[in-house]
Design a protein around this ligand. Structure first.
Ligand code: SAH
Ligand code: SF4
Ligand code: F3S
Length: 437
């Protein structure tokens, strides 16, 4: 027996890339590759990239630079670039970095094994018509009780700053039956908490018995899967928050009280320039309806500061919106001009001004996140154990509200869903004790 070949896989970017990386690892496992954390041991390096901001996509090139000595010492090593930079830049990556053997776009990675075997062209940035999920090996599981499941891909919204419609193509929903099968397969491998993924997941409209299903319908069916304890979904667009989905937050106990609903800005002028197609008042009214359905829901968002044309007043409007909502978490980014997007043609905000706004916004979010955590102290929450903690006898998991919780529980096991009385809140986690029952 020869040693199995080794795969070193690095993932950049969003949760969809995390999911895609798992699927690529499974596809390569079917060809005899086992994963390694040590790049030096690898026969195949796959970098699954992100194009969303300039910094994200430049990371690829610095990592490729670091692989140069490795490739020189081991000529048999294959280097593949996958994901959204691969999709956007294609063969240009090889021109800039000749050490790259294969370039596989974000929609063609089911062909990676054949490319590695040398049976296909070394650059593939097609948007194939076939459903790649049908052509990939079944889910192997084994990564613990929490899993992602992509249900929808691509985006038709064309926000003025965003590359996703170009790197991931048009919006496509997977058929409901395939998603249910995949969920059952994951549960059979010990998964208890599934997050449905899509760039516009709440626009889901996959084929199902009786016609197209909405996301709410899909969630209802998934909630009936025995052994599955928790459901979440991300990322949603405010304009696709349908009535049946809001209602599901009120009456589906397995649907966890956490919702990522990016607004990007609180200024109507900027929202319009971003092509977000709603106002801040409409967003706030939507939040009210969601909270009416599920009063304890924790909300999170994405924000872009320094979008072209953003004035001090626009930024003040964003801060006012954040204060009005009270988020449990949020991701915030300094605007980054992306090639091919409409906003890239517009004059940029002064970089130092944008930096200062980002700092101010992040300070407010940190304060709100801490307040949301502190509000849980003294309460009992559900926690799903994901791994052992660093301290002896400690387990770490997530609350229903997706907050990290450390629990002293020497008998605790990964995958157990327990009740925890929260005793303390620190900068980005909670700690508590397990309550019997
Ligand atoms: N589909 C999701 C977002 C995907 S990108 C949605 O509609 O919300 C994730 C986040 O990256 C976006 O919400 C946005 O806040 C940020 N982002 C996207 N393009 C960006 C850019 N050019 N500069 C800075 N941040 C950007
Ligand atoms: Fe990008 Fe907008 Fe589509 Fe989200 S909705 S992926 S931000 S274009
Ligand atoms: Fe990045 Fe592509 Fe996701 S650009 S954010 S990896 S869809």
């Amino acid at each position: 027996m020869t040693d199995p070949k080794k795969l070193f896989l690095k993932t950049y970017g969003c949760q969809m890339n995390v999911y895609d990386s798992e699927r690529m690892a499974e596809a390569m496992a079917a060809d005899g590759y086992v994963q390694t954390d040590v790049a030096e041991d690898a026969d195949l390096v796959v970098l699954n990239t992100c194009h969303i901001r300039e910094k994200a996509s430049e990371k690829l090139y610095s990592d490729l630079g670091r692989l140069r000595p490795l490739k020189a010492a081991k000529p048999g090593l294959k280097v593949a670039v996958a994901g959204c930079v691969a999709q956007a830049e294609g063969a240009e990556i090889q021109r800039r970095m000749p050490l790259v053997d294969l370039v596989v776009g974000s929609q063609a990675y089911h062909r990676l094994p054949a490319m590695v075997r040398g049976n296909r062209a070394a650059v593939d940035t097609d948007f194939p018509v076939e459903d790649r999920f049908d052509l990939l090996p079944a889910r192997s599981g084994g990564r613990g009780p929490v899993a992602f499941l992509t249900v929808q891909e691509g985006c038709d919204k064309f926000c003025a700053f965003c590359v996703v419609p170009y790197t991931r193509g048009a919006e496509v929903s997977r058929p409901a039956a395939r998603i249910l099968d995949e969920a059952r397969a994951l549960v059979a491998k010990g998964v208890r908490d599934i997050t449905l993924l899509g760039q516009n997941v709440n626009a889901y409209h996959g084929a199902g018995p009786g016609g197209d299903w909405t996301l709410a319908r899909l969630l209802r069916e998934l909630a009936a899967v025995e052994g599955l304890a928790r459901l979440r979904y991300t990322t949603s667009h405010p304009n696709d928050m349908a009535d049946d989905l809001i209602a599901a937050h009120g009456d589906l106990p397995k649907l966890m009280p956490y919702l990522h609903l990016p607004v990007q800005s609180g200024s109507d002028r900027v929202l319009k320039a971003m092509n977000r197609k709603h106002t801040s008042a409409q967003y706030l009214a939507l939040i009210d309806r969601i909270r009416a359905a599920r009063p304890d829901i924790l909300l999170s968002s994405d924000f872009i500061v320094g979008f072209p044309g953003e004035t001090d007043q626009d930024f003040a409007d964003t801060m006012a919106l954040i204060r009005a909502v009270g988020y449990g978490a949020a991701y915030s980014f300094k605007y980054s001009a992306r090639p091919g997007t409409p906003a890239a043609e517009r004059p940029e905000v002064d970089s130092a001004v944008a930096d200062a706004r980002l700092q101010e916004l992040q300070a407010l979010i940190t304060q709100q996140q801490r307040a949301a955590q502190d509000a849980i102290v003294g309460r009992t929450v559900g926690v799903l154990y994901e791994k052992a903690g660093r301290m002896p006898g400690q387990m770490v998991g997530k609350s229903d509200h997706l907050q990290a919780v450390h629990v002293t529980d020497p008998a605790g096991k990964v995958g157990e869903l327990v009740h925890v009385r929260v005793l303390a809140s620190s900068s980005n986690s909670l700690s508590g004790e397990r309550i019997p029952g």
